[in-house]
Design a protein around this ligand. Structure first.
Ligand code: FAD
Length: 572
């Protein structure tokens, strides 16, 4: 189908996860026309997989909680390189967004007196996570989807955005392929919100959905957008290890939040040794490294994991509080968690890094391009607290939508030059060749390389090895290809996604090699200590020659009065 369809949107929103949907609602309610696109189906975004809850200092269970305590927790767990202003905004606004979600119809678990229930989660000072059993993401997405449908917000699903179209310091549109028809779409927009989620699929063992290939990072980078903190990848302590088909699948922190304990093959509750105070509920990086250490030192299980046990809580409690986990283990592993221990190991889970944004407006370095959700960076610094991402997508999704509206109101549509469209079309069409290399073979090698060399414990030798493999794969990428037509072409999708994955991988591996210290999720065996010289953020951008460039910037200092909310940073 060669016809090109042009669609106009006051605000184009790329991505229909929680961040994209919340932004679309803002645009619609301001009286402007949003258009939302997703490469999967509406209601299927990665957000749907979220389990444990939404962090918000409502203080329903622990009345001492408030935004200042939440703020302190974010800064400390982000190991003092978070964007402090974003942490303040999240702390203050997350409760409003959760109550709004409740007004939209979300059915939260309840306290005995009928308020929103909040559960404990790793490294949160108080019980803070509003939740719906262990299916919080599903309820969040379904609630927002209802609002989107109810408002008749225009959306295009199975629409793959290949690239943004830039003119001067603005994005004037985007090029999309409707994958189920093969048709080309040109979206003209006054402002654009990127809400495409993370890049967790660049690793072999990951909890992330197939969508998380970092397309938004790739397209933004090619358009001249600045990225930050790309080396900061969160490893979740507990992913499934067995059977092989589900390796990496998440075992929610809610299991530990509800009382689950970790044991090694000798039956020792080793978190008492690694973290006597917080035990299983210490920050994710601490628990993930403890699990890794137990496994590497030979105290792991048959399938290379450790044990997680919640059976002591009894069947009724487990089936009520953790219904999805109960089913997941029964169906996939034949394990009844009301009676038996789970086998778990660290899995890639979240990208703290991504597109650099202004804290209040989520604006990038381009004047009408905004980014929100996992694709953006800043809030989580070197480590994300569980539950803060669902809060992030609601708080900053709304703010990005609002700011995109303000820009669009005083802006007009621009004509999109034909040669810009042709350039992207030529990029897409060059993948059609007779003897192209299979993109999925390269993806397999790339993700294996990342898991083996840029994993939970890093060192210079392995990072250099990864950088070399990524450079070689970039060369080989020129030879990948597919056959047939554009419609339903999985090979083409693989080629396009691989191009984006290579951007994330090069940035992650190079920044990881630059950061010669251990901080938060970034742990190096050759630089095991935190270094005050590295209280800094690394930014990544493309230079005029098309090469990847990096700069190190000292982390911005928070205002003096906010220091009272945070424990002072300690260096050994
Ligand atoms: P996503 O939900 O990833 O949505 C991205 C959207 O962009 C999708 O619609 C996708 O199709 C679209 N897209 C991507 N590329 C393109 C393209 N090229 N063209 C068009 N569309 C595109 N966080 C918490 O706070 N609490 C939890 O309990 C929790 N549990 C989790 C459990 C699991 C198993 C996982 C994996 C994560 C969990 N997280 C949790 C993290 C959280 O779910 C995610 O960070 C968050 O949902 C990301 O939302 P998002 O809106 O930024 O992006």
């Amino acid at each position: 189908n060669n016809e090109v369809e042009t669609v106009e949107a006051d605000v184009l929103i790329i991505g229909a996860g929680g961040a994209g949907m919340r932004a679309a609602i803002s645009v619609n309610d301001a009286g402007l026309k949003p258009v939302m696109v997703t490469k999967s189906l509406l209601g299927k975004a990665h957000t749907v997989m979220a389990e444990g809850g939404i962090a918000c200092a409502l203080g329903n269970v622990d009345p001492q909680d408030n935004w200042m305590v939440h703020y302190g927790d974010i800064i400390e767990e982000g190991v003092y390189i978070s964007n402090w202003k974003m942490a303040e905004i999240l702390g203050k606004e997350a409760p409003d967004r959760v109550l709004e979600l409740e007004r939209y119809g979300a059915l939260f678990d309840r306290t005995p007196d009928g308020r929103i229930m909040q559960r404990a989660f790793g490294a949160h000072t108080y019980r803070r996570l509003a939740h719906i059993g262990d299916r919080t993401g599903l309820e969040l997405i379904k609630t927002l989807e209802d609002q989107v449908l109810h408002r008749n917000i225009p959306f295009y699903d199975e629409m793959y955005i290949v690239d943004l179209i830039r003119k001067d310091n603005k994005i004037i549109g985007a090029y999309g392929i409707k994958m189920n028809t093969g048709q080309t779409f040109i979206f003209r927009a006054k402002s654009v919100v990127i809400a495409t989620g993370g890049s967790g699929r660049v690793y072999k063992v990951t909890s992330n959905s197939w969508e998380s290939t970092g397309d938004g990072i790739g397209m933004a980078y090619r358009a001249g957008v600045i990225l930050r903190d790309m080396e900061m990848i969160q490893f979740h302590p507990t992913g499934m290890v067995y059977p092989p088909g589900v390796k990496g699948l998440l075992v929610t922190e809610g299991v530990r939040g509800e009382g689950g304990i970790l044991l090694n093959s000798k039956g020792e509750r080793y978190m008492l040794k690694y973290s006597p105070q917080k035990k299983e509920l210490d920050a994710r990086d601490v628990v993930a490294r403890a699990n890794y250490k137990e496994i590497m030192e030979g105290r792991g299980t048959e399938h290379g994991g450790v044990y997680l046990d919640i059976s002591q809580k009894g069947a009724d409690f487990i089936k009520h509080k953790l219904p999805a986990m109960y089913q997941q283990f029964l169906e996939f592993a034949g394990v009844d968690i009301t009676k038996e221990k789970m086998e778990v190991a660290p899995t890639v889970h979240y990208m703290m890094g991504g597109i650099e944004v202004d804290a209040e407006t989520e604006r990038t370095n381009l004047e009408n391009l905004f980014a929100a959700g996992e694709v953006a960076s800043g809030l989580h610094g070197a480590n994300r607290l569980g539950g803060n991402s669902l809060a992030d997508i609601l708080v900053f999704g709304k703010r990005a939508g609002d700011a995109a509206v303000t820009y669009a109101r005083s802006s007009k549509f621009e004509d999109i030059p034909e040669e810009e469209i042709e350039k992207i079309r030529a990029y897409v069409m060059h993948f059609f060749k007779e003897d192209g290399k299979n993109p999925y073979d390269l993806i397999d090698r790339l993700t294996t390389c990342m898991s083996e060399n840029v994993g939970i414990m890093r060192d210079e030798e392995h990072l250099q090895k990864a950088i070399k493999i990524i450079k070689d794969l970039k060369e080989e990428f020129k030879e990948v290809g597919t056959k047939g037509g554009v419609r339903y072409n999985h090979g083409l999708l693989g080629c396009l996604e691989l191009g984006n994955m290579l951007v994330s991988c090069e940035a992650i591996a190079t920044c990881a090699s630059m950061r010669k210290e251990s901080r938060g999720a970034h742990a190096r065996s050759d630089f095991p200590k935190k270094d005050p010289a590295w209280k800094a953020n690394i930014i990544t951008y493309m230079d005029e020659q098309g090469n990847m460039n990096f700069e190190v910037k000292p982390a911005a200092e928070m205002p003096e009065e906010y220091k009272a909310y945070v424990k002072p940073e300690v260096y050994e």
